[in-house]
Structure formats: C-alpha cells, structure tokens
Design a protein around this ligand. Structure first.
Ligand code: MG
Length: 159
C-alpha cells in the first residue's frame, strides 16, 4: 500500500480527497494530520511515501511544516505536494522555495491529483534524483522511421 499523509484541518476536504483516492486501483492508505505538529509527528513515525500539505493550518502553517520536513535528513526525500486555494502572485514560488515538490490548487480535481501522485510516486520520480543520475541512463532506443514521417530527411541536430 502506498502511504499518504494528508495534512488538512478541514475534514470535508480530507473526506473528499480520501474518496477520490479510494477509487484508484493503486491502493492508497491515507491518514489525516489536522495540524502542523501532528503532521511532523506522523511524518517521522509513520514515514509516508508522499505528503499532501494544506498551507493554512491552525498552528504551524504548511510552508513551515514543509521547511522542517525538508530540513530533516530522514524525511527530506518524501515528496510534498502543497494544496491550497491561495493562488496569489508569488504563492507558488513561496511554496516551492519552502521545499514543496509540487502544487495543486483547490478545489482539488481528481485528474490533477491522480497525475501528481503518479508523477511523484513513479519509480523515476520517487525521491530526489541524485546528481549525475541522468548520465548513467540508457540511451533511448532507435526510432523506427514509419510511413508519413519521411519529410525530415535531415533531423535536427541534438545539442
Ligand atoms: Mg486549512
């Protein structure tokens, strides 16, 4: 089971997202942290695979919770996706600066949520990629030229 910690003080939102995730075939286990302190405790003890982070929380805000998680060497590999209705200019940049790996605006749409989870939980996207890891990646397989693609006799130079 993929373990998801959802930091959210609004139970309606938690229930909505839980319902979306329960319908997914991957099998998600989702736990709610209703405030920042509980979020930090559960992140350390439960070790989720991914954290959905509401920004407006009753105690420590989601940005600060994220900052503390990302400052902890044991937890900093966990992807954090910010969820918030705040879409003021500069907000997105602030969340990313705090260490959030991604951002989803509220209301949460099922398709966007699913896409974000797949992106951050896929084998390639999970955790931080190590420096130089791209250098060891296998080259892409040669493309077969098929009918209808015969116009580019001189493919563009790859820099
Ligand atoms: Mg909230």
């Amino acid at each position: 089971m993929v373990k998801i910690l959802y930091v959210e003080d609004n139970f309606q939102n938690f229930r909505l997202v839980t319902r979306m995730l329960m319908r997914e075939p991957e099998g998600y286990e989702i736990i709610q942290a209703p405030d920042g302190k509980t979020a930090l405790k559960l992140a350390a003890e439960w070790r989720p695979d991914l954290i959905l982070m509401d920004i407006n929380l009753p105690d420590i805000d989601g940005e600060e919770v994220t900052r503390r998680i990302k400052a902890n060497p044991d937890l900093q590999h966990i992807p954090v996706i910010a969820l918030t209705a705040n879409v003021m200019v500069g907000d997105r940049e602030r969340y990313l600066e705090a260490g959030c790996d991604g951002y989803l605006g509220k209301p949460i749409m099922r398709e966007q949520l699913r896409e974000a989870l797949h992106r951050f939980l896929s084998p390639n996207g999970k955790g931080k990629s190590k420096p130089g890891s791209n250098a060891t990646a296998a080259p892409p397989p040669p493309r077969l030229r098929t009918a209808g693609q015969g116009n580019d006799r001189h493919p563009p130079t790859v820099e």
